[in-house]
Ligand binder design. Structure first.
Ligand SMILES: Cc1cc2nc3c(=O)[nH]c(=O)nc-3n(C[C@H](O)[C@H](O)[C@H](O)COP(=O)(O)OP(=O)(O)OC[C@H]3O[C@@H](n4cnc5c(N)ncnc54)[C@H](O)[C@@H]3O)c2cc1C
Length: 270
């Protein structure tokens, strides 16, 4: 362990309002489940030294239906997503994604808000949320705004979130069509994805990929080709031009490009 937590400047928020006031006073890195941040802390690579622990904010844990909209609190853990009847009924592919995140311990601590805010293109929930046009609710002490997840990321690990804002909830409109999720990793458990697909095959096809570019990719030109009745091979060629995978320690660009096409075929043909 390279970092002693006592050397850090840590505030613990007791309510959402308390958290937002602290963030307005001075920038602080929010700590939710800390499953991503702790890795960096442990390696001594985390630059920020001022933190705000938001784990105690129970008002951000709720999962409910508001009219037609599924509303998931940002602090909902993967375990609570898996156990939620509302998520099982409305967004089963998010349950599938949650089951494949890390192991049980990570699922118990890791939150949906943390997965989104961490902004890794390999975050497993991101393609699911992008494929269903989820909306992120960002709150500061005196404002609230709703940002489609497809507009949240501006580049690699970069988002439009302001330093005084927290993601407080994720809103998922009704999803019509068959949902499909597939994660390709080195092994079933505890593996960061090499590539992820999430799609909805309905009147309007929607498909998104993880780990094929600097941010999650909603493949809109591919969707348009499928919607227009082009055959799947034409759609695969369009997809290959729409993604920009890279070589890294988990896989190669070439492998990712080929597997993306295979996953699109499976999604479409099933
Ligand atoms: C062993 C291991 C295995 C893993 N496996 C997977 C996997 O299979 N798939 C996968 O996708 N991820 C995986 N992860 C990564 C991690 O568990 C997830 O990204 C998790 O969802 C992060 O949530 P958290 O609450 O722990 O985030 P934290 O570590 O607390 O925070 C992550 C980032 O989000 C910010 N943040 C957190 N909550 C908010 C909020 N409400 N508003 C604004 N900013 C916020 C933090 O400031 C930080 O920048 C793994 C991690 C480990 C250590």
């Amino acid at each position: 362990m390279k970092t002693a937590v006592t050397a850090l400047d840590l505030e613990t928020a007791t309510t959402l309002d308390h958290a937002l006031r602290l963030l307005r006073t001075a920038p602080r890195t929010p700590l939710a489940g800390t499953t991503d941040l702790y890795v960096e802390l442990n390696f001594g690579t985390l630059k920020p030294r001022r933190f705000l622990d938001i784990w105690a904010l129970d008002e951000l844990r709720d999962i409910s239906l508001r009219g037609d909209t599924l509303v998931i609190g940002a602090l909902a853990t993967f375990t609570s997503l898996i156990g939620s009847a509302a998520v099982q009924a409305r967004l089963p592919m998010l349950v599938e994604a949650a089951r494949l995140v890390g192991g049980i311990q990570i699922q118990n601590r890791g939150t949906l808000g943390g997965n989104i805010a961490n902004a890794s293109p390999a975050g497993d929930s991101l393609p699911v949320l992008a494929a269903v046009d989820a909306i992120l609710v960002l709150q500061s002490v005196d404002s609230e705004r709703r940002v489609p997840i497809t507009e949240f990321y501006t580049g690699y690990r970069a988002t439009v979130r302001r330093e005084d804002e927290l993601i407080v909830a994720i809103e998922v409109p009704p999803v019509e069509g068959r949902q499909y999720f597939r994660k390709v990793g080195t092994r079933a458990a505890l593996a960061i994805s090499k590539i992820v697909i999430a799609g909805v095959k309905g009147a309007v096809p929607r498909v998104a990929f993880g780990s094929v570019g600097p941010t999650v990719v909603r493949a809109r030109r591919t969707e348009a080709a499928l919607a227009a009745g082009q055959d799947i091979e034409a759609a695969v060629r369009i997809l290959e031009s729409e993604i920009t995978p890279i070589d890294d320690l988990r896989s190669t660009a070439d492998y990712r490009r080929r597997v993306a096409g295979k996953l699109l075929r499976r999604f479409w043909d099933r």
